[in-house]
Every structure is written in C-alpha cells, then in structure tokens.
Design a protein around this ligand. Sequence first.
Ligand code: PEP
Ligand code: MN
Length: 350
Amino acid sequence: MIIVLKPHSSPEVVAHVLERIEALGLTPHLSQGVSRTIIGVIGDEQKLQVEPLQAIPGVEQVVPILKPYKLASREFHPENSIFEVKGIKIGGGHLAMIAGPCAIEGEALLYEVAVRVRDAGANILRGGAFKPRTSPYSFQGLGEDGLKILRNVGDQLHMPVVTEVMDPRQIELVSRYTDMFQIGARNMQNFDLLKEIGKTRIPVLIKRGMSATVKDLLMSVEYILSQGNREVILCERGIRTFEDSTRNTLDLSIVPNVKGLSHLPIIVDPSHATGRPDLIPAMAMAAVASGCDGVHIEVHSCPEKALSDGPQALVPDQYARLMDELRRLAEVMGKTIDVCEGEPVSCAPC
Ligand code: PEP
Ligand code: MN
C-alpha cells in the first residue's frame, strides 16, 4: 500500500503518519520527491484497511500496490531514481559506462586496461576477485589480493569500482574495497545474499539470472530494497534460450519493460549477453538506443591470455571506437556520460 501525502507536507505531518503506521506494527518506507512525499507500507495490509488513514490530515490518497514488488515499483517512486557512485551519476539521463577485465589478474594488467578505458570515457572500473566459474578447475579469482589491486587502481585513476560478491560471508571483506557490489547472474536468487547486501548501504548492480523473468528480477531487487538499501541498479546480461550461436540471448525489451514497471536504473551487458566481440558494439548501441542507463563491457589488453572470458573481451582500441559512437548516440538522445575527474597517478604497487 502507498500513502500519498498532499504536496509540500510539513515534517510534522510526515512524522505523524509514520508514527501511526509503526503503531500498527508495519514498516514505512519514505520516498521524498521534489514536491511530494510517498510512504510505502510493507506488511499485513489487512491491518491498514481498518484504519481510516485517509482521514489523517495531510494524507491525499491511500492506494494499494497490486504488484508483488512494492519498493521497486514506479507507483512507489514515480520519478526515475538517480544514484551517485563517487561523483558518477547513474540513471535519469546519466549513463554508467562500466568497463574492465572479467577477472583481476594482476596490478600491471588491470592498470593498463583501466587507463585505456578511462581515456576512452569509461566512468566505472570493473573486475572480479571472486569468480563464479562453471568448472571448479578454472581460475577462481585472486580473492582479497585482487580486491586490493582493484581498489588501488581505482584510486590512482579516480574511478569508482564494482566487483562481484558471491557469498554472504564475503560481504564484510568486499565492502572494505568496493564502491559498488555486483550480484552475478548465478546468485540473483541467493536470497540470503540479497538480504545481507540489503543491510549495507553500498550501491548494488544486480544481474538478471539466466532463466529469470522480469518479475523474478524485480522480486530479487525487492529483497535488497526491503532491507533498507535503496541503491539498486539492474543489469540485463542475456538469458538462456535454444539459440546457440551466441553465448546467451540479449533480451533488450527488458529495458523499456522495466522502465514502465520500476523507477530503478537498468544497464545492459552485451559482453555476457552475446559472448562475441563482433556483436558487442552493435548491441551496446542498441542498448543505449533502447533507453538503458549504461553499458557494462569486458575489456582485456590481451584476450588470448585472459584467465576468464577472454573470447568475449574487446581490446582497448575496439572499446575506444565503440565509446566514440556511444558518445555521439548519447548526445543525440540528450544523455550525459559523467567523466572521472582528477589526474591519473601512475600506479604504486599495493
Ligand atoms: C561477470 O560479470 O564477469 C559475470 C560473471 O557475469 P554474469 O554473472 O552475468 O555471468
Ligand atoms: Mn565475465
């Protein structure tokens, strides 16, 4: 249920409504827009039905949200959400350009890739320290050593960083190094992980599960939001279908679909969606044209030597050419790509 307050309600009115909701044993979630305040109420709605909430001074409307995801819904937050990660805005017309290797393999290599993608216009650096590999014999990531490298390179280049967390037991460690958590496709429905991530206040990039519907994805997002962490960005990375000429099938309709259903930003990862460098640029352009809030692309300076996902990596020159095109498209669409401020420093070993 959402309670819409009259425009420009005073803090006393808001506090009074919150008090009434809490007295009923329900949890209120406040969404403060420019002129309006909306209160989402989570819990047994039966309890609210007996309360004449409509009669409280300052309350304009009491509306049930029929969708199973409440805090993620557009009804709860009509305007597009905009989040800021170390000065880089995402959503509401600001594009996140996330780039970097699949895995952190070493400091010199990450620095080399990071400098190149930053010069090309990337504004968030990615790299996995904990890798969810199909085979237990494949490279599993450098763990904490990788996180230290990522943090160091990010700091030298004034770039926010994002990295995957796979298990609730890793949250404390990863949160010491990252600016944004990534929840991978394989963990989209790891509900214990989602609940624990929801208790942090670090922005989250959650990737769509390989066989998840749009509703499944939004329900997973709701797990995070309901624990109090409001900064969630969705990511389409392709789903499993019968098509086997691409690694996955990119479902671009999810972008306008989610935009209608939710206020949260959604970005697109054409690297995992196609698995093919020859298709990534076209799909990145199509993603931005579809109205998404950014693209997430794997880049490696020597894909043939990469320890993870080499065959789908773009080389820095390809990424730079793509960014030139994406910038032109963004301009036509009236979108902004924030740039990382500050002079890069050469990387002192961590
Ligand atoms: C990744 O970003 O490297 C990754 C493992 O992604 P996904 O969870 O989408 O497979
Ligand atoms: Mn990868």
